[in-house]
Design a protein around this ligand. Structure first.
Ligand code: NAD
Length: 352
């Protein structure tokens, strides 16, 4: 029997990249879930898209290895709570339990949503609670829970005091500090549930704390592709949210996915690991990089009424490097070039 993996939020940015990786590097099947609230339908991103209907789901690709269940993950979790073999029975898919489960379904959004509509983001708490309950019943072989650097205390990321954030800065046996808005709270709670699932229910699970993941096919509502697109259009003056001095730790999605598999092979107890480069890049520096790539030097126009979040958020990668010998392969410059080229291609396509 071939393996079958589950990817929730599979039509979102990280999910799409994971689904492609699984299908390209294994012969396994993937059961993908997304309500398309943010995610894009596979016809927009699955190379060689073709689909067959199977009851109310789609079976995608010539090899028919990708199943797409469209809807709120909580509904599917509810059906599986009522009947643990709901998927097997309804869709006649023959498997005992899922092998790897990647839980990317979440209300994420950029700074606008995190600060502008915190209560909708708080719904992540309900998605994650239902998810972990199911996981403890179903007992998949391995589980990946994406937490976030937003789980770290905001007090360590301010203008006056900012440090490279280390795994030990979150310790459930000590004071936790206040994470970043409802988004950070849900991620911190998710990590706690992951540890409970491992310790009390024997589930094999690992958490990741990605810093600012970016990539070629990320939505334009995120800063990296948005800045790349504006640089491609030679925007001048170049608008930046806030002063532009605020900084983040940018890490390319291919590196994120690489490291996820290393972690899933080695970690079982629900503990959490940084995924970043360890370098702080301010938005002013990012604009400079894109200016260089585009071949011009714009003047910068700060938009002081826009939400900017914490001042400096970057990873201390020492623990990860020592424990796993892992560092990202794609430099910020190379990654930004890739994003820029994709935006140029898109703009040309749209102008035709
Ligand atoms: N992208 C990053 O750099 C980054 C950094 C830290 C953490 N993460 C975490 O990784 C995960 C994926 O992030 P992303 O950047 O791909 O976000 P995304 O918004 O692109 O993807 C999330 C997907 O979940 C779907 N979704 C939302 N609610 C759903 C529900 N109730 N049922 C089914 N589908 C639902 C959306 O339609 C979307 O496709 C999130 O948990 C996020 O917090 C991402």
């Amino acid at each position: 029997m071939s393996k079958i993996h589950l990817v929730s939020g599979g039509c979102g940015f990280v999910g799409r990249n994971m689904v492609r990786r699984l299908l390209n590097t294994t012969q396994d099947k993937v059961f993908m879930i997304d309500d398309l609230s943010i995610g894009r339908h596979p016809s927009e991103w699955f190379e060689g898209y073709e689909a067959e209907k199977l009851d109310d789901i789609e079976v995608i690709g010539a090899e028919k290895r990708l199943y797409f269940w469209k809807g709120d993950f909580r509904n599917l979790l509810f059906y599986m709570r009522e009947n643990p073999r709901y998927i097997q029975d309804r869709y006649h898919i023959d498997f005992d339990r899922f092998s790897d489960v990647f839980h990317f379904a979440a209300i994420v959004g950029g700074r606008m949503k995190i600060e502008g509509d915190p209560m909708i983001v708080a719904l992540d708490l309900s998605i994650d609670a239902e998810f972990f309950f199911w996981v403890t019943q179903h007992k998949p072989e391995r589980v990946l829970y994406p937490s976030s650097s937003a789980a770290y205390p905001v007090s360590l990321q301010s203008t006056d005091y900012a440090i490279a954030l280390s795994e030990g800065d979150i310790d459930f046996n000590k004071n936790l500090g206040t994470p970043d808005m409802t988004y950070g709270w849900s991620k911190l709670t998710g990590e706690f549930l992951a540890q409970i699932a491992a310790k009390h229910y024997g589930v094999r699970v690992v958490c990741i704390r990605p810093f600012s993941g970016y990539g070629e096919d990320q939505e334009l509502s995120y800063p990296v592709p948005a800045i790349a697109a504006r640089a491609a259009g030679k925007e001048d003056p170049f608008e930046v949210w806030g002063s532009g001095k605020q900084g983040r730790d940018f890490v390319h999605i291919d590196d994120v996915i690489d490291f996820i598999f290393i972690l899933m092979d080695q970690i079982t107890d629900g503990s959490a690991y940084n995924i970043g480069s360890g370098k702080l890049t301010s938005f002013l520096e990012l604009i400079e990089i894109f200016g260089e790539i585009a071949g011009y030097k714009p003047t910068v126009k700060p938009l002081l009424d826009k939400p900017v979040g914490v001042h400096s958020r970057y990873a201390n990668m020492e623990y990860v490097t020592n424990k796993f010998g892992w560092t990202p392969k794609i430099s910020v410059r190379e990654g930004m070039e890739r994003v820029y080229n994709k935006q140029v291609e898109r703009i040309h396509r749209e102008q035709k």
